[in-house]
Design a protein around this ligand. Structure first.
Ligand code: SF4
Ligand code: FES
Length: 260
């Protein structure tokens, strides 16, 4: 605690939903954290980790959460803050209502406390081949150029940090549904747009036309409103609806495109 905090004695109260293991019962615990101007939620969590004592003075275990970049780039620190899924590294205490409520995202299984298992999202990215297969055994040189207009919107899609917030916001992603979720769909559009990625376009479209794919989107539009990177997810989904329709007709009637 700095001299200033000792002098002012100002503190911030946190209510944290805790869970000791994936199958354990959850419970709320409250903590009082010394205030520092400009502090974010992660700095408060770090304080709690160093001082695992509840607001009423009971010793407890350190709170667990995920983090990495601390600058809203890696997506690891997502949690529900005052009812809204977002990154805890960019959530500033001064801009939040107090007491500050922290909960794990509900769409993903809890590992412990605020730490969740985002495998569902990563498995969906694997299912849709959200990458460009290249031969990495020799220097391939510069990649193909893209028209500037296309590059600009493709760059927006490439900002996805797999934070999982769009999964949390989507009413159609749940443990009862196999929906692959908004982010992997948008990545299909990104990689199908890329001149090299387009080699696997048909495979990606087949993947999203199957079980848990595009048809599971209920068009609630919650994803686009929640995405911290402002990714035009619903535009991607609309574009994929057109692309899958064309793909379906090509498959039905046969086309040179399919035997290239
Ligand atoms: S699309 Fe947006 S909300 Fe969804 S995972 Fe990517 S960055 Fe997060
Ligand atoms: S720690 Fe990387 S986004 Fe917050």
């Amino acid at each position: 605690m700095t001299t200033q905090q000792v002098e002012t004695g100002k503190t911030v109260r946190f209510r944290i939903l805790r869970q000791d293991n994936p199958n354990g019962a959850s419970r709320w615990e409250e903590f009082e954290v010394p205030y520092r101007p400009g502090m974010n939620v992660i700095s408060a969590l770090m304080y709690i980790r160093q001082h695992p004592v509840t607001a009423d003075g009971k010793p407890t275990t350190p709170v667990t959460w995920d983090m990495n970049c601390l600058e809203e780039v890696c997506g690891a620190c997502s949690m529900v803050i005052n009812g809204r899924p977002r990154q805890s590294c960019s959530a500033l205490v001064d801009q939040l209502e107090h007491p500050i409520r922290l909960e794990p995202m509900k769409t993903f299984p809890v590992v412990r406390d605020l730490q969740v298992d985002r495998s569902r999202m990563f498995n969906a990215l694997k299912k849709v081949k959200a990458w460009i297969p290249i031969d990495g055994s020799y220097d391939l040189g510069e990649g193909p150029r893209m028209p500037e207009r296309k590059r600009q919107w493709a760059y927006e899609l490439s900002k996805c940090m797999t934070c999982g917030v769009c999964f949390e916001a989507c009413p159609n992603v749940s443990e009862k549904s196999s929906f692959i979720g908004p982010a992997p769909l948008s990545q299909v559009r990104l990689f199908n747009t890329h001149p090299t990625g387009a080699m696997n376009k048909d495979e990606r479209l087949d993947a999203i036309m199957g079980e848990g794919g595009l048809a599971n989107c209920g068009n609630s539009q919650n994803c686009v409103a929640a995405c911290p990177k402002g990714i035009p997810l619903t535009t991607s989904i609309a574009s994929l609806n057109r692309a899958t329709t064309v793909h379906m007709f090509r498959k039905f009637f046969g086309s040179d495109h399919m035997v290239d």
